[in-house]
Design a protein around this ligand. Structure first.
Ligand SMILES: [Zn+2]
Length: 310
């Protein structure tokens, strides 16, 4: 997340309601006391719970990571900028990506790591998060949480026969002005841009329930996120964060439907881009909820016409 000086967020809270679930993607939240306390703090004590801890695979081949698996990723976080890109590559390889499928694209003075999972068609869904950080703090919230999320999305979807091709991108230099995402978006010509059905961006989970930043997102994708959160009985809210930006913005500007999912709390300004952005601040349940929401969004987009959200 790039931060501005005049952020006054006043989230409109939308309490989740309804009983139906995304059939093939049941939400699993574990019944551990500490977790439940946090879930209640997040206002989601009514979530359907399950006690399994390893990830589960449904009929479609989607492998859903557990909350414990997400939490384990935060035992060690690379806190130096120069460590980040190699660490992203190592994470993707550990989670099952073939080194040959990973490329580091150097464009416009920035390095973006790209991992492609082929689908039945050339229509694409872009799944992105920035890996760089500001000098202060560890960049655990902003944005190692996003990197962990897209890595687990990759693992979840790696053996799924998707219609669309999934393009995972870890962007560089977001904190220097969306450099990596702008480099990628600006190089798409009209026909290439038309092949991108949607872009799902994850920036700064870890503090609170999953939310959408309205001014960094396309309205139709925001509405999709809201309805999926409702189906999963997951807390959800959306609001504009004036002056702030993230890697979804260059794609919105390019008329590619995009959405920014974050998990920031009302005191985020005192945490992000400060010494307080440490691993100890990451609430795994917040990352888990953002991951589950993003997974449902990608899954749903794959079954829709490419222009459904334009
Ligand atoms: Zn940031």
């Amino acid at each position: 997340m790039t931060k501005s000086t005049d952020l006054n967020s006043n989230p409109r809270r939308h309490a989740a309601a309804g009983r139906s679930s995304v059939a093939s993607l049941p939400l699993r939240v574990h019944r551990r006391a500490a977790t439940l306390a946090l879930l209640f703090a997040l206002g989601i004590g009514s979530l359907t719970a399950s006690s399994s801890s390893p990830g589960s695979t449904d009929d479609s081949g989607v492998r859903i990571s557990s909350q414990e698996e997400i939490a384990a990723e935060f035992k060690s976080v690379p806190c130096k900028n120069k460590e980040r890109l190699p660490a992203v590559q190592a994470l993707f390889e550990r989670i099952g990506a073939q080194p040959a499928d990973i490329s580091v694209q150097k464009v416009g003075g920035v390095e973006n790591l790209v991992l492609i999972k082929r689908g039945a068609s050339d229509e694409k869904v872009l799944i992105g998060a920035h890996y760089d950080k500001v000098d202060l703090g560890c960049g655990a919230i902003d944005n190692w949480t996003g990197i962990v999320t897209i890595a687990h999305l990759y693992r979840s979807l790696a053996n799924w026969k998707s219609t669309k091709t999934l393009v995972f991108v870890a962007f560089g230099k977001e904190e220097e002005g969306l450099v990596g995402s702008r480099a990628m978006a600006s190089r798409l010509d009209k026909s290439q841009a038309a092949q991108y059905c949607a872009m799902v961006n994850i920036d700064s989970l870890g503090l609170a329930a999953a939310q959408v930043a309205d001014n960094m997102s396309s309205k139709k994708l925001r509405d999709l996120a809201e309805s999926l959160a409702k189906e999963m009985q997951m807390p959800f809210s959306h609001t504009s964060i004036p002056g702030a930006a993230t890697d979804s913005v260059p794609f919105v500007d390019k008329k590619i439907p995009a959405i920014e999912i974050h998990g920031m709390s009302n005191d985020w300004k005192s945490v992000l881009h400060s010494d307080k952005d440490q691993v100890s601040r990451v609430k795994p349940v917040s990352v888990y909820l953002g991951y589950r929401l993003a997974l449902s969004i990608v899954y749903r987009i794959d079954g829709m016409p490419c222009d459904a959200f334009r």
